[in-house]
Design a protein around this ligand. Sequence first.
Ligand code: GDP
Ligand code: MG
Length: 439
Amino acid sequence: LSERLQGAMTKIGKKGKITEADLKEMMREVRLALLEADVNFKVVKDFVKKVNERALGSDVLESLSPTQQVIKIVNEELTELMGGQQEPFQFSAKPPTVVMMVGLQGAGKTTTAGKLANYMKKKENKRPMLVAADVYRPAAINQLQTLGKQLDFPVYALGAEANPVDIAKQAVEQAKLDGRDLVIIDTAGRLHVDEVLMTELKNIKAAVNPTEILFTVDAMTGQDAVNVAKSFNEQLGITGVILTKLDGDTRGGAALSIRSVTGKPIKFTGQGEKLEDFEPFYPERMSSRILGMGDLMTLIERAQQDFDETKAAEMAAKIRENTFNFNDFIEQMDQVTNMGPLEDLLKMIPGMSNVPGLDQMKIDPKDVAHMKAIVLSMTPAERENPEILSQSRRRRIAKGSARSLAEVNRLIKQFNESRDMMNKMSKGNFAGMEGLLGQ
Ligand code: GDP
Ligand code: MG
């Protein structure tokens, strides 16, 4: 998924302005990337529609950095698709908190029961008890007992002949006696969802009234994971999802559709066979991971400021010390022209619209070129010390730059005015301007 999306984004990312056709192309790539990642068809359709509407609805295409804006929207919508916020694990007001681990065979229930117990002890200071309610596979009880020994948690087991419902019920009673405040019940799975399994799980649920029923699912199973989640939720009513095996070569599609298909949040993820390979699920991080946005995010942030920070800081110092000169003026002019229309830039700076006279400060790119020609006709000494620009020097500059003397005068006047204004602003309290200047 990442590769495809990244490909699409960098391809278009090289462009400055984009057209509606570009946007369409971008959305096509996003759509294909999601479908390829095995995201549910309907989810993809809704998703692309939403992103498209947002992109067209705002002035994204007119903005300074349309591509970054679109990527930002995609990122936000992906995050939203996965629930937006991290959904915390719920504890019972009356301990012990009972958790049922449910899911198909091989999903990672037993391993994850151990991981969850380990996590809850470390992060929440809980005293967990593990319960072996998968009596069908002899190895299952052993597996949990080994985990319990390794982690030093008690494992409640009654052997292979006992009824899973009784085991669960008695385990909760035992936990109360032993002062265990978290009971994690490892249940049996099947290869497919079937009635016998569901009936057993429903009975356990009725007997112990769990606070959390965590559906554990192998992220590598893609679309299947979503269908199974759906039927577990419909029949049993899950409270959350744990997505395992995210360390593998997963296509990530399951993470994207599960929430919108079941309405239930992904609460944790497993990323390896070790007990520590387990963490809460953060939709935003997952979205960044999917988009491969480590660098992309920084790029967006850059684009939003778009002012080179070091240069901005230098500039700010110069303005404060009143040593801002024509060399800086040119440099700033270049930055501004690289950024797009000045009006747009100004609009982005909070508080800027309140500055008197600023709305008349329109600059045309052609004018910028002329101004630059004038400045370049100045000697280095003149650029550094605008005070020495006498009438004779100005006449020489006008000739050298093929601009009129009036124009040269106007530029110098403008320069002085803006220098004064910036100086005043840097001393005053124009929050926006200070932000721009990197203070
Ligand atoms: P259960 O049948 O649902 O109880 O699944 P198990 O807990 O026995 O896990 C099945 C297999 O998946 C085991 O070999 C686990 O080590 C492995 N497994 C579980 N979670 C993860 C994970 O997050 N990453 C990887 N790579 N393997 C996992
Ligand atoms: Mg198991």
